[in-house]
Design a protein around this ligand. Structure first.
Ligand code: SF4
Length: 450
């Protein structure tokens, strides 16, 4: 660690984060690295000594937005401010970004954050750098993250991905899969619990394929679930093919593991899945759902679905709709396919392209199906009692936002409760997607998991 400089005022850094939770977690690591080097977090870009934009490359829209934002942020730069772009878009575009945005001095991919303080010093001396080498040993294990959330902690346990789904840029931007040492993960979880955080979410691109030093994801769940003070344990995102019987048994057997799995499906058609190179069929996905549900009563499932993938016929799309109805997802992230430069899907014959108006109509139908199903199920849940963890103040005045173990959002009256509190609520109303709840007991009265 570098010593804190003995200067009058500490330098400030503002980090703006786009994209997935892995990026949120990486921003916490970047802030940890820079804090150890003497920087202080700035709440806004105005006047910050360093501005970092941590980017996502998953779809073109995300990148266009970042380019626009970089232009806006230029207005907030004072003399000497260093502007850097990090994350997946930085990895994908590398030095091209330096040419595109002359006010950007640093372009740093996800494995280069340890060098941030030195690179910033170099930029002050006029060196513009693009750092995009993969480092297969890099897990930032000795970096103390500065967390933005005081109720739950995102713990990276795996970086990169060895699957090669044909629509996905992640293997290019984050490199091959590698898992972090189990003891190291447990140490971080223990430190987190000592700070009073009771929920952890294990993060990885295909988190349940975690494997290192003879340990698999089942071992990791058991080890993390045994840490004193951890009452809720979640993970995201798993791959359906990596739910071994051992992993499912650990999920069922570890009390802290919550009854919710985000299980990306992408399509309900085996033919589409094959072109996506998802490596499972519709039937295998259904089998995975059945095995999870048999082992974990009350399991809630959410998913990701892409419509308009090249070659998707009306029949294939109808299979996606029927899968969504049959499985009964609580919610879904739904996307219209967008081709990413550098992915195999861009090399598919152009006659397979699904016209935009067709893809848009399918997206609308899918969203209506997901919302309709969850509305009916949620109306049927009114009157149920659930343990919730209060996460934060709600946008609706006088209310707090809390979550059930199976990931439902419940708004409760503030009534003296605070983020981090557990209580039991009765579900009293629903908008169709979120609930309102009335407290029926306080934390002290609850038998807690873990
Ligand atoms: S499993 Fe597929 S979709 Fe997920 S990160 Fe890897 S390549 Fe991308």
């Amino acid at each position: 660690m570098r010593p804190t400089p003995m200067t009058d005022a500490r330098r400030t850094v503002y980090i703006e984060t786009y994209g997935c939770q892995m990026n949120v977690s990486d921003s916490e690591l970047m802030l940890g690295t820079l804090t150890a080097a003497g920087y202080e977090q700035a709440e806004g870009p105005e006047g910050a000594d360093v501005i970092l934009v941590n980017t996502c490359a998953i779809r073109e829209h995300a990148e266009t937005r970042v380019i626009g934002r970089l232009g806006e942020l230029k207005r907030h730069m004072k003399a000497g401010t260093i502007m850097g772009v990090t994350g997946c878009m930085a990895q994908r575009l590398g030095p091209r970004l330096l040419d595109q945005a002359r006010h950007v001095s640093l372009v740093i991919g996800p494995d280069g954050y340890r060098a941030l303080p030195d690179l910033i010093d170099g930029a002050r001396n006029g060196q513009r750098s693009a750092v995009t080498d993969f480092d297969l040993e890099e897990h930032y294990q000795d970096v103390l993250p500065i967390r933005g959330d005081r109720v739950k902690a995102w713990i990276p346990v795996q970086r990169g991905c060895d699957y090669r789904c044909t629509y996905c840029i992640v293997p290019t931007t984050r490199g091959p899969e590698r898992s972090r040492d189990l003891g190291d993960v447990v140490r971080e979880v223990r430190a987190t619990a000592e700070q009073g955080i009771t929920e952890v979410i294990l993060l990885g691109q295909t988190v349940n394929s975690y494997r290192t030093g003879g340990h698999d994801f089942a071992d990791l769940l058991r080890a993390v679930g045994a840490v004193d003070g951890i009452k809720r344990l979640r993970f995201t995102s798993p791959h359906p093919n990596d739910f071994s019987d051992r992993v499912i048994a650990a999920m069922a057997g570890v009390p802290a593991v919550c009854e919710h799995v985000h299980l990306p499906m992408q399509s309900g058609s085996s033919r589409t899945l094959k072109r996506m190179l998802r490596r499972y069929t519709r039937e295998e996905y259904f089998d995975c759902v059945a095995r999870l549900r048999a082992a974990i009563p009350g399991l809630a499932l959410t998913t990701d679905v892409i419509v308009g993938f090249p070659g998707e016929t009306d029949d294939e799309f109808a299979e996606t709709i029927s899968a969504v109805e049959a499985i009964g997802f609580e919610d879904a992230f739904t996307f219209k396919f967008s081709a990413r430069e550098g992915t195999p899907a861009t090399r598919m014959p152009t006659e397979l392209t699904v016209p935009d108006e067709v893809a848009s109509a399918r997206l609308d139908q899918l969203i209506t199906t997901v919302r309709g199903g969850s509305r009916v199920r949620n109306l049927g849940r009114l009157g149920e009692r659930h343990e919730v963890l209060v996460e934060r103040t709600a946008k609706r005045g006088g209310h707090l936002m809390a979550r059930t173990r199976d990931f439902k959002t419940v708004l409760i009256p503030a009534d003296g409760y605070a983020p981090g509190d557990y209580l039991t609520v009765e579900l009293t109303g629903t908008t169709g997607s979120t609930f309102t709840g009335a407290p029926v007991s306080s934390r002290a009265a609850l038998p807690m998991a873990g």
